[in-house]
Design a binder for this molecule. Structure first.
Ligand SMILES: [Zn+2]
Length: 426
């Protein structure tokens, strides 16, 4: 009963030691309170001992447990009575999981094991330290990696020091706000069906990142190793990209130069194509602007992403076109095609109408002035499928997921992403 836990104690032995205190409480025979007076009073201890052992027959009626055998049921009853109910701090919220979440998880474009893992993560049966502590399998619920906080799902996947580094070092450069993210299932609901809904690719990358964070954490815990942040970033990305590539989610359209592009048609030789797009978050008034300049082989020549304030979607689209023209002027591009998927804007610019939207006459005047400086380049309306790269950049800017210097110092994962998903060679 005094044995100590060694440094490499097995799971079974550790469990026995955790239960030792409870065992001590019920391991001996006790006088039953249900048998007062009985034959017990007035007797000497020597009368119930014979030849150095108890006279069990005499004691029989006075003991609380006459069998003298351990039963799970009796152990459970003692543990229930004596163990204090310890409530583990879990972020409380009145959040109710929307039914659509489960369907959205099963529609994730990731391997089945990853879908299943995200389902477990949202329904909270993962064996995190807090969950094991609640099931009384552990003595404390501290995070095994940082040892600074309890290992809730939220801590494990988003707020532990090393997982913060994973998210920040990833393509998204994301930092999660502890005050905004209350529960993992709420976070996933927002991402898949809620206010912060992301596209299929980003959702896949998020799912793979969570999966690889879990794998790395388990490896570190069970093999006494250390977590490798850059390995998790690389592996998550390549797992998502491989799955998309193998399953043909990036079906391509043949360009006229024999290159494959996802809906994007390259310009003819010697001409640059400038794609611009904007995303607008009405609640915050934030506009994301994405501009990409590519040559006839689809190689990225220049580009920009800008976060700006806007009053409407029209204003955001106008700002995007203005930035595209600004890049053309900066690069002294003589022959270029400028593409926007905003039909109204393209129409009014080609008609030289500055009074299109009363919110942005100043921007329209600047656009027309720049068009004049560039000797009226071709400004074309293109379908959204052909503007997907600029659209992705613009939306990433709004979510603060696109590094502002991505053109000059492209993140290695960004290059891979452009090549595999957007079919842009950075
Ligand atoms: Zn931690």
């Amino acid at each position: 009963m005094e044995a100590k836990k060694g440094s490499r104690a097995s799971w079974g032995w550790s469990s026995l030691l955790v239960g030792r205190d409870t065992l001590k409480l019920g391991i001996g025979w006790k006088l039953s309170s249900r048998v007062p007076n009985a034959e017990w009073e007035g007797r000497n201890v020597s009368s119930i001992i014979s030849r150095n052992s108890w006279k069990l027959g005499e004691l029989h009626n006075c003991l609380s447990s006459v069998e003298g055998e351990y039963k799970v049921k009796s152990g459970y009853q003692i543990a229930k009575k004596t163990l204090k109910s310890v409530e583990v701090a879990r972020p409380s919220s009145s959040f109710v999981i929307p039914k659509g979440l489960w369907g959205a998880i099963w529609k994730l474009k990731v391997a089945k094991k990853v879908k299943h893992f995200i389902w477990r993560l949202c329904s909270n049966p993962l064996p995190s330290m807090v969950n094991l502590f609640k099931k009384r399998c552990l003595e404390n619920a501290s995070c095994p990696i940082c040892n600074m906080e309890e290992e809730t799902s939220e801590h494990l996947f988003l707020f532990c020091k090393w997982t913060e580094m994973v998210w920040f070092g990833s393509l998204f450069c994301a930092r999660w706000n502890r005050f905004e993210v209350k529960r993992m299932e709420e976070w996933w609901s927002d991402l898949l069906i809620g206010v912060a809904k992301v596209d299929d690719w980003v959702a896949s990358l998020f799912a793979c990142t969570c999966w690889h964070i879990w794998k790395e954490r388990c490896k570190a815990v069970f093999d006494n190793g250390v977590v490798d942040v850059s390995f998790v970033i690389q592996r998550s990305f390549s797992a998502a990209a491989e799955f998309w590539s193998v399953n043909g989610f990036d079906k391509c359209v043949k360009g006229n130069n024999g290159c494959s592009f996802k809906g994007w048609l390259p310009p003819s030789s010697g001409v640059l194509k400038v794609n611009c797009d904007a995303a607008f978050d009405e609640s915050s008034g934030v506009a994301g602007i994405g501009v990409l300049v590519r040559d006839d082989k689809g190689r990225l020549v220049d580009g920009c992403c800008i976060r700006a304030k806007a009053c409407s979607m029209n204003m955001a689209e106008s700002l995007a076109l203005k930035e595209a023209l600004g890049i053309c002027l900066k690069l002294h591009i003589d022959t270029c095609l400028i593409g926007s998927d905003c039909l109204n804007l393209v129409t009014v610019v080609n008609q030289m109408d500055v009074n299109w939207d009363w919110l942005c006459p100043g921007i329209m005047k600047e656009i027309l002035l720049m068009c004049g400086q560039l000797c009226w380049p071709s400004i074309l309306h293109i379908k959204r499928i052909g503007n997907k790269a600029a659209d992705w950049v613009a939306r990433s800017v709004v979510r603060r997921m696109c590094p502002m210097d991505w053109v000059l110092f492209p993140h290695p994962l960004w290059c891979l992403f452009c090549l595999l998903i957007l079919r842009v060679q950075v």
